[in-house]
Design a protein around this ligand. Structure first.
Ligand code: NDP
Ligand code: AKG
Length: 447
């Protein structure tokens, strides 16, 4: 590896060696961006990348709440305000027991590049808590969200930092947090995105990450004169992103044959059609049940306890659950089974070994920061509508989303096309995302 990448990473490691996910995200960007910086000396002289890996601010706070039996619980809340060069901090909140500073710094760092790729004026941030929403009552969730926002509200605002959802944070949690913010600040502003449609939300925001990931796959396939129609697709996860990725695939004539959750995966070789997907959406969003329950309702489905779905033969793979959920062995399995396209709905779902295997095989492979940018793009459109005090129709938001995803695809091609005609979407996304933020940082001086 390039000596300048090694020496850069050695410096990053001195401060962050105990944060493996953050180091992994930085390493991937450094490998793409440092060779580019070598040809554009101003970025090197002004230490732009060195500045970008240090959060502008990292807030950590205590969150105390009562459960339904009256017992007191203490959790830790965070907001990582990574980079505000091109706009206010923007990025989701994650409630999951694995949340820590490393996970949130990696997510916030990715968000900076992703938000830049959207072409909308949004900086990058991420936050959340090690709170586990699983098995909690609605009242417990509400009390937790109220306590979390009681502190977070001091650090955010519609012109400062605008959080949204992520793992464990959906419409219900956004509602409880918005209510608390409004009460404390006595103002009705677009301080969160992913709001309900009757109180400032945007049409298509719930669908946008999943739909966008499929739109990105469509753009990649188009470069090979190919399409989603008729393709067999394996999707991991069964939450917000996975559900709407599956919905769009079905809509475009693809066949979704697998979904998963943290307990295991289901394989239905007959295909998960609209009706079966409705069952899954109700199971996950209303009943808050487990994906294993699918097989009781649909015996055509097989459940693989504790397994990820990457052993299942498919044309297209869409990892839509979590980071590092697809390793080198999984990637080799997918390749061996003829997979031609991987479009990531999750953030950093493929390990470095898996990414390398995809690139080596020269299949169509899109990193999450490009292919899942539809979610934050629709959030940006929600902010625009809030500023206008107006609400666009579904078709208009969907058209904009589609246009943004096509643009992101083209930016990746611009910076990622290699001499042999292979498009390295990872390199393309990293450089395209970097340039816009770097130029804004140069213009704003050494601060
Ligand atoms: N929501 C959004 O708009 C955006 C989300 N993303 C990314 O997409 C991914 C999914 O987010 P989202 O759908 O919103 O979250 P949800 O909470 O709605 O769903 C998450 C899904 O992933 C599964 N999952 C979570 N952790 C693990 C794990 N350790 N191993 C296996 N499965 C796991 C969950 O299973 P279980 O229910 O068992 O926990 C669930 O099926 C994340 O990487 C997120 O950062 C990216 C861009 C925007
Ligand atoms: O909509 C947003 O602001 C953030 C979405 C998000 O968290 C992500 O893109 O990973």
């Amino acid at each position: 590896m390039d000596a300048s990448i090694n020496s850069f990473m050695a410096e990053v490691k001195k401060r962050n060696s105990h944060q493996p996910e953050f180091m992994q995200a930085v390493q991937e960007v450094a490998e793409s961006v440092i060779p580019y910086i070598a040809k554009h000396k101003i970025y090197k002289d002004q230490k732009i990348l060195e500045r970008m890996v240090e959060p502008e601010r990292l807030i950590s706070f205590r969150v105390v709440w009562y459960d339904d039996t009256g017992k007191i619980h203490v959790n830790r809340g965070y907001r990582v305000q990574m980079n505000s060069a091109i706009g206010p901090y923007k990025g989701g909140l994650r409630f999951h027991p694995t949340v820590n500073a490393s996970i949130l710094k990696f997510l916030a760092f990715e968000q900076v590049f992703k938000n830049s790729l959207t072409t909308l004026p949004m900086g990058g941030g991420k936050g959340g808590s090690d709170f586990d929403p699983k098995g909690k009552s609605d009242n417990e969730i509400m009390r937790f969200c109220q306590s979390f926002m009681t502190e977070l509200c001091r650090h955010i605002g519609p012109f400062t930092d605008i959080p949204a959802g992520d793992i464990g944070v959906g419409a219900r949690e956004i509602g409880f947090m918005f209510g608390t913010y409004k009460k404390i600040k006595n103002e009705f502003t677009g301080v969160l995105t992913g709001k309900g449609l009757s109180w400032g939300g945007s049409k298509i925001r719930p669908e946008s990450t999943g739909y966008g990931t499929v739109y990105f796959a469509q753009s990649m396939l188009k470069t090979k004169n190919d399409e989603v129609k008729g393709k067999t697709v394996v999707v991991s996860g069964s939450g917000n992103v996975a559900q709407f990725a599956a919905e769009k695939i079905i809509d475009l004539g693809g066949k979704v044959i697998a979904l998963s959750d943290s307990g295991g995966c289901i394989h239905d070789s007959d295909g998960i059609d609209e009706k079966k997907l409705d069952f899954i959406m109700n199971l996950k969003n209303e009943e808050r049940g487990r994906i294993s329950e699918y097989t009781k309702k649909y015996p055509s489905g097989k459940y693989y306890k504790g397994k990820r779905p990457w052993h299942i033969k498919c044309d297209i793979a869409m990892p839509c659950a979590t980071e590092n959920e697809l390793d080198e062995r999984d990637a080799k399995n997918l390749l061996k089974n003829g997979c031609i396209c991987v479009s990531e709905g999750a953030n950093m779902p493929s390990t470095p070994g898996a990414m390398q295997a995809f690139r080596k095989a020269k299949i169509l492979y899109a990193p999450g920061k490009a292919s899942n940018a539809g979610g934050v793009s629709a959030s940006g459109l929600e902010m625009t509508q809030n500023s206008l005090r107006y609400s666009w129709i579904r078709e208009k938001v969907d058209d904009r989303l589609r246009g943004i995803m096509e643009n992101i695809h083209d930016s990746c091609v611009k910076y990622g096309m290699e001499e042999d005609g292979y498009c390295n979407y990872v390199k393309g996304a990293n450089i395209a995302g970097f340039v816009k933020v770097a130029d804004a940082m140069l213009a704003q001086g050494v601060i």
